[in-house]
Unconditional design. Sequence first.
Length: 270
Amino acid sequence: MTFRTVLALSAAVLAFSAGTVAVDGTVGTGVAATPASAAELGPDPVHHESVRVTNAKLKRVDSIELDAESLVFRRGDKTVTEASMRDSRTTVSLLNRLLGTASRTQTAEGDGGACFPAGTTYTWGGAVRVAALTSPAAAGNAVEIRVLRETVRSRFGGDVELTGPDGVQVGDDIRTAIQDAPKSDRMSFGSADARAFQLLLEPGWAPQHDASSPPDSRGTGTETDTSTPSDTDTESTAADLGTNGVSALTDDTTVTVLGSPMPVHAKRTC
C-alpha cells in the first residue's frame, strides 16, 4: 500500500465534509472556488454572541491553536480571543479578518460521499480549512476544521503559526507520543512499508445524554415501561462513537493534518 493510497483511505475514513478529498490534498465539489467575505456566510442556526476583538489586537496574533472544541488566537502565551466551533459565523469572520478573504466551495448533502453533510468550505492559504455546516452535527459542532500546514500568512504581512494542543504542528515527528499513547487514543493505517497513524491529542465533543425523567405511571391503570438501557447497550453505543476531539494524522510518525472533530475508533460512519 502506497502513502497516496493511505491518504486516500484516511480521508474517506475521517469523512471531512469539505468535499471530495483527492490524494494530493485538494478538494473538489464540482463548484469552482470563489472568494468569500464574512457577510456571505449563510444563516448560522447556532450563532452565539459574536466575539468582539479590535483589528489592532487581532493584528498582534502570532499563533492559532486548534483545540478540541475551539480555535484559540494568541500572541505569545497570551490569549487574544477564542472562537467556539459551535459558532461558524464568528470562526469564519475572525479568520477572514486575520488571514484575508478565503476561497470558498459549496457542498450539497451527499457530495463527495453519502455521509457528507451540506455546507460551505473556506480555505486560507492552503493551510486552514473550515467546513461550515448548514445544520449542526450531532456532536454539536457547527464547523469542522483541518490544519494542513505549520504556518499561514496573515493579511497584515506576518506569519501565523498553526498548532494543535501542546504545540503539536504539521511536520512534527510525534513517534514518542504515538508509542506512549493508550491504544484507545490511536489508530494505525497502512502496512509496515507505508505506516500512518491517527492520534487523539485532546478529547472533546462528549455525547449528550438524555436527562428526561422516566414516563409517569401514576394512576393510569396501565403498565408503563420504565426500563432503562442496559449497561451493555450503553457500552456498545459508546464504543460505536469512539472518542471524539482533535487528532493528528501522520505519514509514518510525521504529522500531516490536524483536525477537529476527528474521532478515533468510531464504528459508525454517519
